[in-house]
Design a protein around this ligand. Structure first.
Ligand code: XMP
Length: 517
């Protein structure tokens, strides 16, 4: 296994994903991880990430001393290279030229890290690599024992190595896809230099998780709030495989789900996989509580509170539950860890059943805590969940409640469900569902005039929204083909009673959020 120390680069999670993709388990920790924790983790290799600071600033982060005392290979990336240089006796200075974006790197000599990895070869027989750079400072003097292994036009030391100790450093970012040979460079480091095998595969992840769960849970019963989303679905499939009938799922139908979503969840889990699922029909309760409420935050609060209440009541009817399972995944864990310097920033709470574990005195089981979303999806497929479910767009906890602007009513929910279903069906048919990150319909309570053969109608409007995004923090509206939008619009006005106007949302985020409320 590999330890990645995070100096705050926006690419650090990508390093972890690249390493995992190579079938090697790794963990990402803040750079100030304790010395004991480092020794206890006992990595086969350490990667020092990039970061926004300058090693020339007073008090800037350094790799813990324990890293150099482990006697294992270390790879420094960008800031990681610079801190390696100053800590081991070299020097760093501000570069005359700052490099951002593409660069061509010349691999020098025959380092184990870069040997025979190249995009092209120049006249002198040096390998040339297309890479992604982003730095201001540069290493100006090598630490004792090091040789240069890469250079660019402006930076004589764009890579360095001490082959004896297995210390390597690169000024560029091999984890970014723009560095075309990046995956090979990481493969070289983790497989050949650190000697890690490729045991981190979906099959092994599942069998490990099953073993861990069985050990932790023993013969106790586990409760899970199943939502139909990717994470809770994979937890359900995994726990069912680990402990069978001792897993009890509660699925709360709040009436704000998508078209036939509740039936599908029951079909897949209860019928197909044989999981014990209690479906609670709480629709009336949610609609009653939402009557007359039109403020978005107030709606969110009511839905959240009721959800916990309903779940809680259902749980109280069950005997002998000792554990609560949750679909926490690795990015949530990393986000709430952070280094001491980052910790001040906001920590998100993802738990939709907050408070329950304490009140019911339940212990937690979080079998996906170590997995990235793409790994969760892969094991979901391996566990037999349908592809359609595993590669679903995200759906917010408050469901259609935040897609019906203003007051939420059962009629509006039904209208929206039908329109949304048509939109999604047509996206899938046209091959656009997987090319968009999130797509849905929104119910607008403004009433617009329409005409049909026998007269004027005065009806609500349906807006369609489809976005493309990597991280959901920023997003572009999807440039869907006009023909596709046309089919959606015609079908919606023809098939959904009470809708005679459809519009397409062409707003980016920022400033427009993905959801309308
Ligand atoms: P926005 O609308 O803020 O959404 O651009 C970003 C992502 O978060 C989802 N979202 C929510 N998810 N509860 C959730 O569980 C919420 O209240 C909520 N609001 C937004 C949204 O669907 C998108 O994927």
């Amino acid at each position: 296994k590999i330890l990645i120390l995070d100096f705050g680069s926006q690419y650090t999670q990508l390093i972890a994903r690249r390493v995992r993709e190579l079938g090697v388990y790794c963990e990402l920790h803040p750079w100030d991880l304790g010395e004991d924790a480092i020794r206890a983790f006992a990595p086969r290799g350490v990667i020092l990430s990039g970061g926004p600071a300058s090693v020339l600033d007073a008090g800037s982060p350094r790799a813990p001393q324990a890293v150099w005392a482990l006697g294992v290979p270390v790879l420094g990336i960008c800031y990681g290279m610079q801190t390696m240089a100053v800590q081991l006796g070299g020097a760093v200075a501000p570069g005359a030229v700052k490099e951002f974006g593409y660069a061509e790197v010349r691999a020098r000599g025959h380092s184990r890290l870069l040997r025979d990895i190249e995009d092209r070869v120049n006249d002198e027989g040096h390998g040339l690599l297309d890479v992604w750079m982003s730095h201001g400072d540069q290493v100006t003097a090598l630490p004792p024992g090091f040789k240069p292994i890469a250079s660019t036009k402006d930076v004589p030391i764009a890579g360095m190595a001490d082959e004896t100790r297995g210390y390597y450093a690169l000024q560029f970012h091999p984890e970014v896809t723009h560095t075309t040979q990046g995956a090979r460079i990481y493969a070289r480091f983790v497989h050949e230099i650190c000697g890690c095998g490729s045991a981190w595969t979906p099959g092994n992840i599942i069998s490990d998780a099953i073993e861990t769960v069985r050990e932790r849970v023993g013969s106790a019963k586990v409760l899970l709030g199943l939502s139909g989303g990717v994470d809770s679905s994979v937890v359900a499939a995994l726990l069912h495989k680990a402990i069978g009938d001792r897993l009890i799922c509660v699925f709360v139908d709040h009436g704000l789900l998508r078209h036939r979503e509740g039936d599908q969840v029951m079909k897949i889990f209860a019928e197909h996989l044989g999981v014990k699922v209690i479906r609670v029909d709480a629709q009336a309760r949610f609609f009653d509580a939402l009557k007359g409420v039109s403020d978005p935050e107030a709606k969110r609060k009511i839905i959240g509170r009721l959800f916990v209440e309903v779940f809680d009541e259902e749980a109280a009817k069950l005997d002998g539950i000792e554990f609560l399972a949750q679909g926490t995944i690795y990015p949530d864990v990393i986000e709430s860890a952070g280094s001491k310097t980052q910790k001040a920033q906001v920590i998100k709470s993802h738990h939709n059943v907050g408070g329950l574990p304490e009140r019911m005195k339940l212990k937690l089981v979080e079998p996906l805590r170590e997995l990235f979303k793409d790994e969760v999806r892969k094991i979901g497929l391996e566990l037999g969940l349908p592809r359609e479910m595993v590669y679903r767009h995200p759906f917010p906890g408050p469901g259609l409640g935040v897609r019906i602007l203003g007051e939420v009513s059962p009629q509006a929910a039904e209208t929206l469900r039908l329109a949304d279903h048509i939109f999604i069906e047509e996206l899938r048919r046209a091959g656009w569902y997987e090319r968009t990150s999130q797509a849905f319909a929104v119910f607008l309570p403004v009433r617009s005039v329409g005409v049909t053969g026998d007269g004027r109608r005065f009806e609500p409007v349906i807006a369609l929204r489809a976005v493309q995004t990597v991280d959901f923090m920023t997003a572009q509206w999807a440039q869907l083909p006009f023909e596709l939008l046309d089919v959606c619009s015609r079908r919606i006005v023809n098939e959904v009673p009470g809708v005679s106007r459809v519009v397409y949302d062409i707003s980016g985020k920022p400033p427009a959020t993905i959801e309308w409320e």
